[in-house]
Design a protein around this ligand. Structure first.
Ligand SMILES: Nc1ncnc2c1ncn2[C@@H]1O[C@H](COP(=O)(O)OP(=O)(O)OP(=O)(O)O)[C@@H](O)[C@H]1O
Ligand SMILES: [Mg+2]
Length: 209
């Protein structure tokens, strides 16, 4: 099977490839012509390394992420399991409001699990979450994730979620946010109030500066 392009982003191209009779996703962080070549190389390698470590760390902490099978830090590629499913982003406009609420509850719970292991995702968009045929959520795209997350950093992650809902899913944003935060609070534990107030503060700061 020839590689099939699954996605061409600003940072990377994702291919579906077949090896050993199985399907894999190959993420390739390609060169960016507008950056200084050395800075570009360092950035791509740093993000590839970070993504691999974070994907593994998250999985060890019970978050469903694709398993990595090979990494090449010269080409900046990661070969991982291909997750058969749909981006949460694609499903939002076509599913029932009941299913949407349930997926958002899970979206929030998954973020909370990640935060409970003191990791923030850094780019929690609905295209970075894949829904499989069992309605389980898979988390992708850990190139901007960070360890040792503080309540402030977790608040920023939630603020980013709210921004994504406002811009990408504006017509159902209230229902999505409510269900997502419900799921988040159900799992985050004692820190919930503190993190949610950080999220509000960050929004206010953004409004007046
Ligand atoms: N392991 C995988 N299995 C299935 N699909 C995948 C996999 N990895 C990536 N994809 C698909 O490719 C898309 C882009 O992947 P990813 O988010 O990792 O790269 P990206 O370059 O950061 O993209 P963007 O800039 O759009 O965030 C995902 O939204 C998903 O649809
Ligand atoms: Mg992405």
């Amino acid at each position: 099977m020839r590689p099939i392009e699954l996605s061409i982003g600003a940072e990377s191209t994702i291919y579906k490839v077949e090896r050993w009779g199985k399907e894999f996703a190959l993420k390739w962080r390609h060169k960016k012509p507008y950056l200084h070549p050395e800075i570009d190389r360092q950035l791509r390698t740093a993000r590839t390394t970070r993504e691999c470590r974070m994907l593994n760390f998250a999985r060890l902490n019970g978050i469903t992420t694709p398993t990595i099978h090979a990494v090449d830090l010269t080409e900046n590629t990661i070969m991982m399991d291909y997750i058969k499913g749909e981006q949460l982003k694609q499903l939002v406009p076509v599913i029932s409001s009941k299913r949407l609420r349930s997926l958002c509850f899970d979206f929030g719970r998954t973020l909370a699990k990640l935060h409970n292991s003191n990791v923030v995702h850094g780019d929690p968009t609905t295209s970075n979450f894949i829904v499989d045929s069992h309605d389980d959520l898979w988390v992708l795209d850990f190139g901007l994730a960070e360890w040792n997350a503080t309540a402030e950093m977790k608040g920023v992650d939630l603020h980013l979620v709210r921004r994504v809902l406002e811009t990408t899913h504006w017509d159902v944003q209230e229902a999505m946010l409510e269900a997502t935060l419900k799921g988040y609070v159900s799992t985050i534990g004692d820190e919930a109030e503190h993190i949610l107030s950080r999220m509000e503060e960050i929004r206010e700061r953004g409004r007046y500066h």
